[in-house]
Design a binder for this molecule. Sequence first.
Ligand SMILES: NC(=O)c1ccc[n+]([C@@H]2O[C@H](COP(=O)([O-])OP(=O)(O)OC[C@H]3O[C@@H](n4cnc5c(N)ncnc54)[C@H](OP(=O)(O)O)[C@@H]3O)[C@@H](O)[C@H]2O)c1
Length: 238
Amino acid sequence: MSQILSDKVVLITGASRGIGRAAALACADAGAELIITARTVAGLEELDDEISKAGGQATIVELDQSDHEAMPRLAQAIGNRWGRLDGFVANAGQLGQMAPMPHIDSEVFERTIDINLVSVWHQIAALDPLLRRSHAGRAVLVSSTVAHGAHAFWGGYAVSKAGLEAMGRVWAAESEQTNLRINMLNPGGTKTAMRAAAFPGENPDTLPTPEDIAPAFVWMLSGECTSQGERYRAADLI
Ligand SMILES: NC(=O)c1ccc[n+]([C@@H]2O[C@H](COP(=O)([O-])OP(=O)(O)OC[C@H]3O[C@@H](n4cnc5c(N)ncnc54)[C@H](OP(=O)(O)O)[C@@H]3O)[C@@H](O)[C@H]2O)c1
């Protein structure tokens, strides 16, 4: 792959497995230095090894999205070390409970909104100044098909992704006069643990893999992506 992200520092949340992991590998392959977060340190270490073996560089940050106070600390550490952030991929997410709206467990509903939406706001608040310091900052908020329309039983997950897209559009509108570009990416059905939990009867081999769609992230984080507040489908970018 061309070094389209060379000299860029890119933060990817939820990189211990699935789409975030593949996106991190593709970004490293394209020349970016990675900051990778998740709760599962073993998964991050494996990814770090793989990136190092391929000649890239990554920094592991054990981070639970529900720990809102960790976000300004993370931003401060990034600011101290690099002085800027060139790319932010808000990828970490949870499916929550698939059930009729009135039957969802209240704690699960609140947690799903917190992990998929509120925590991302905390990250935006903490990281926006660093992204503005980049000469071409890029943010990619990972959304879903169920953010639009009416998808029965998708519960707090659908609500959180609709909110995430609204938040991204507002942030994008406010950033029009800056070098920062903020866009949303709908990966589409992808062969991961989350997809298997949502569709247990599906043959996963019929789906694109995270590696198949990872180039979409690379392009959206590059200077070639100049749109603002757009919603892309990975299938249209690969
Ligand atoms: N797969 C699909 O078909 C599909 C379709 C549309 C949208 N998406 C979106 O794509 C993104 C990635 O999903 P995926 O399919 O790759 O799911 P996945 O395989 O379940 O991976 C989810 C990632 O999020 C992290 N995460 C979950 N809860 C977290 C928490 N509380 N704190 C920190 N990290 C947390 C996980 O790491 P730890 O467990 O180690 O913390 C993991 O790295 C999600 O935003 C999802 O909504 C996926």
